[in-house]
Design a binder for this molecule. Structure first.
Ligand SMILES: *Cc1c(COP(=O)(O)O)cnc(C)c1O
Length: 427
């Protein structure tokens, strides 16, 4: 899988389409900037997992934080996905989208007491505990509610995922999980506490991994630990291996090898007699989405050509936050012999960081032309904001020849409804 073409997006008759729908038709109906997701892309990403793990007893819990749109979640739920959530808001979204409680895993370093109460009341499958203080609070809450909390303890395996520093989560200096060396004590405490049922163990080493080597390292260390814990009487029956499989963003990126990933899992934890859960986020949704934007101005600077587009860092923050690359293509297919010239592609927000691409070879682009930022289905809309008082970006889902708005663009009036004047400022 390279970044283009991918299942769901293709040029037909010189125009970029999402399945059977011309992107220009979506722009005309919904305006820009707008995220466009395809059912075909989501399904293809799901199949990649389903095919690689055929024959292995594996549950796939989609990590909602990558894209928490209800229609996207429901599409994946209907294919068979459970949910990995990191807040009570995500838990409620998972339930609202139709994921049954017994397929929901709750992760995260800072769950509040109220969130733990809500999770236990909902009767979710598992709570992944990341610290001893969390374990104590969860025990108290469970006792109060008169239930047993099925938990896994998230272990920090001290493995470098060899990805961007901001999305590596499995090194010993990262804030996630309980240190490998303290796992024994943590399980002893979990076994002793009332209301805690330590059924599982979890790891998640980071995001956007294109190689399987770090996974193999982490899962191997985990397998050793599981054997050790079992020998000490911890009744582990579940292993949660987290998410993190990457996607190609640049044309030269090597797509991860799903069969090799499945093999690494089978060969490390396969023989432990534990049920395996995976929590992929990005790899299920990234390639299924693009961000559709319109060129406002083309500015010829002294040293640069700037394409100023109507999408900005508030709509897609990945380039500003992680120096991320998105392939940008025109919606009108460029001529085969189009001359490429370098351009900086920037948004209207008053920050230099609001730059999507620098010195990017681009075919001729004129004001009014539509462009598409590819591989934007993950950590795009989910991280969007209203910075610069820009309305929250709209989202559209396509299925075959149909499309629908699945998150509407708020009106200016909508955007003011949460605010009010204090008495002393009212006229
Ligand atoms: C973010 C996250 C995931 C998903 O990561 P991806 O890189 O999007 O696959 C899975 N599990 C946990 C605990 C996470 O925090």
């Amino acid at each position: 899988m390279t970044c283009f073409p991918v299942p769901g997006f293709h040029y037909t008759d010189g125009a970029l389409h999402a399945e059977g729908v011309a992107l220009s038709a979506i722009a005309a109906a919904v305006g820009t900037p707008t995220y466009v997701y395809t059912t075909e892309g989501l399904t293809a990403a799901w199949r990649a997992y389903a095919d690689a793990f055929a024959g292995q007893d594996v549950t796939i819990c989609y990590a909602l934080k990558a894209n928490s749109n209800l229609a996207v979640i429901r599409t994946l739920a209907q294919l068979g996905a459970g949910g990995d959530v990191v807040s009570v808001g995500e838990m409620r979204r998972a339930l609202a989208a139709g994921i049954p409680a017994d397929k929901i895993v709750f992760s995260g370093v800072g769950k509040t007491r109220d969130e733990l109460v809500a999770a236990l009341k909902a009767g979710i499958h598992q709570i992944n505990v990341e610290s001893l203080p969390e374990l104590e609070v969860l025990s108290a809450v469970a006792v109060e509610l008169g239930v047993d909390a099925p938990i896994a303890i998230r272990i920090n395996p001290d493995v470098d995922a060899e990805t961007h520093g901001k999305i590596a989560t499995g090194r010993k200096e990262d804030k996630f999980g309980i240190d490998f060396a303290h796992a024994g004590e943590a399980y002893a405490r979990a076994m002793a506490l009332p209301g805690i049922n330590p059924v599982g163990i979890a790891v998640h080493i980071g995001s956007q991994l294109l190689k399987t080597t770090p996974f193999r390292k982490a899962f191997g260390k985990l397998a050793e630990l599981v054997r050790d814990l079992k020998a000490h009487g911890v009744p582990l029956s579940r292993i949660d291996l987290g998410g993190g499989l990457g996607v190609p963003y640049k044309p030269e990126d090597q797509a991860p090898d799903y069969p090799a990933y499945a093999k690494a899992i089978a060969e490390t934890v396969g023989g432990l007699g534990c049920h395996v859960t995976l929590e992929p986020g990005r790899s299920l949704v990234a390639a299924a989405g693009l961000l559709l934007t319109r060129t406002i101005f083309v500015k010829e600077g002294l040293h640069r050509r700037f394409l100023i587009v109507d999408a900005a860092m508030n709509d897609l923050v990945r380039p500003a936050m992680y120096e991320a690359w998105h392939t940008v293509i025109p919606v009108a297919q460029p001529a085969a012999d189009a001359v490429l010239a370098d351009a900086d592609i920037v948004g209207p927000v008053c920050e230099t960081g609001d730059t999507f691409a620098r010195l990017r070879p681009m075919p001729p682009v004129a004001p009014g032309d539509l462009l598409a930022f590819l591989t934007a289905g993950a950590y795009g809309a989910a991280m969007s904001s209203t910075y610069n008082s820009r309305p929250l970006v709209a989202e559209v889902l396509v299925s075959g020849a149909k499309f629908e708005v699945v998150r509407r663009r708020p009106s200016f009036e909508d955007s003011l409804t949460l605010e009010q004047m204090p008495d002393w400022l009212s006229p």
